[in-house]
Design a protein around this ligand. Structure first.
Ligand SMILES: NC(=O)c1ccc[n+]([C@@H]2O[C@H](COP(=O)([O-])OP(=O)(O)OC[C@H]3O[C@@H](n4cnc5c(N)ncnc54)[C@H](OP(=O)(O)O)[C@@H]3O)[C@@H](O)[C@H]2O)c1
Length: 227
């Protein structure tokens, strides 16, 4: 029987999700990873040895179907990475009801829906549930007012995570993680760090917090962020 640690990574077609899969494979983990569109999963496929599943996290029926399909698997790590930036103009009065609804559903509601579905499959006592938050979700963070809605959606994710954690019946380590400002499609070319630096740091935090229990808001360097 394999003794490799197992991970389920949500949103792994590109950017940080793809980097997380790559780092975990380098470390000998057994990885299941989801993409919205399997026809755009070449980069993930090229990593080899990954079980690739299709999932649009916003689709509750698809989340239920995937949890059924994977019901016999136990994960040492469930990492909900998928997220969106939202509308270009985030000044109140510009974004539409549909745009705001989409942003908050994908960034704050869908991750918790998914976690609720899969929490029973996270390894008892030592398992880690990680959400890709952002330092911009810290409510007194003054930076990036042009991303006001995105910031609020990550603050909402943190709040939803907190509510979820208080209702958990099992010991679990829950991480709300800030990856740094990272060069991805979302972060842009002018960002501070590359995907490898960020994801190496994020996995180090997962390993460091394994078995500790509780809910922690930390960045990829392990520094605690105020809520
Ligand atoms: N880059 C940064 O500086 C930074 C900083 C702080 C936090 N973050 C957070 O880190 C996470 C990853 O960001 P990134 O920079 O890697 O962004 P990215 O390059 O834009 O990648 C976003 C990923 O999320 C997936 N996704 C979006 N909506 C989804 C949905 N409804 N269901 C399933 N998958 C979905 C995308 O899939 P498709 O390929 O199908 O679109 C893609 O794989 C996000 O939560 C983001 O908010 C990023």
């Amino acid at each position: 029987m394999s003794t490799a640690k197992t991970a389920l990574i949500i949103g792994a077609s590109r950017g940080l999700g793809l980097g997380l899969v790559q780092r975990l494979l380098e470390d000998g983990w057994q990885v299941t990873a989801t993409v919205r569109n399997p026809h755009k999963a070449e980069a993930l496929q090229a990593l080899g040895k990954v079980q690739i599943e299709q999932l649009d996290m916003d689709d509750q029926q698809a989340v239920i179907a995937l949890s059924q399909k994977l019901k016999d698997q136990v994960f040492d790590l469930l990492f909900v990475n998928a997220g969106v930036k939202g509308p270009d103009n985030q000044l109140p009065g510009h974004a539409t009801l549909a745009e705001v609804g989409q942003l908050f559903f994908t960034n704050a509601v869908a991750p918790i829906n998914l976690a609720q579905r899969f929490v029973g499959q996270i390894r008892k006592d030592s398992g880690v549930l990680a959400f890709m938050s952002s330092v911009l979700g810290s409510v007194t963070m003054p930076d990036a007012p042009e991303l006001a809605l995105y910031k609020a959606s990550k603050a909402a994710l943190n709040s939803m995570t907190n509510s979820f954690v208080t209702q958990l019946g099992q010991k679990l380590t829950v991480l709300s993680l800030h990856p740094g400002w990272v060069k991805t499609d979302m972060g842009g070319e002018g960002a501070d760090i590359d995907v490898e630096t960020s994801t190496r740091g994020l996995i180090a935090q997962v390993n460091a917090y394994t078995g500790k229990g509780g809910h922690h808001f930390v960045n990829y360097k392990g520094e605690t962020i105020p809520w």
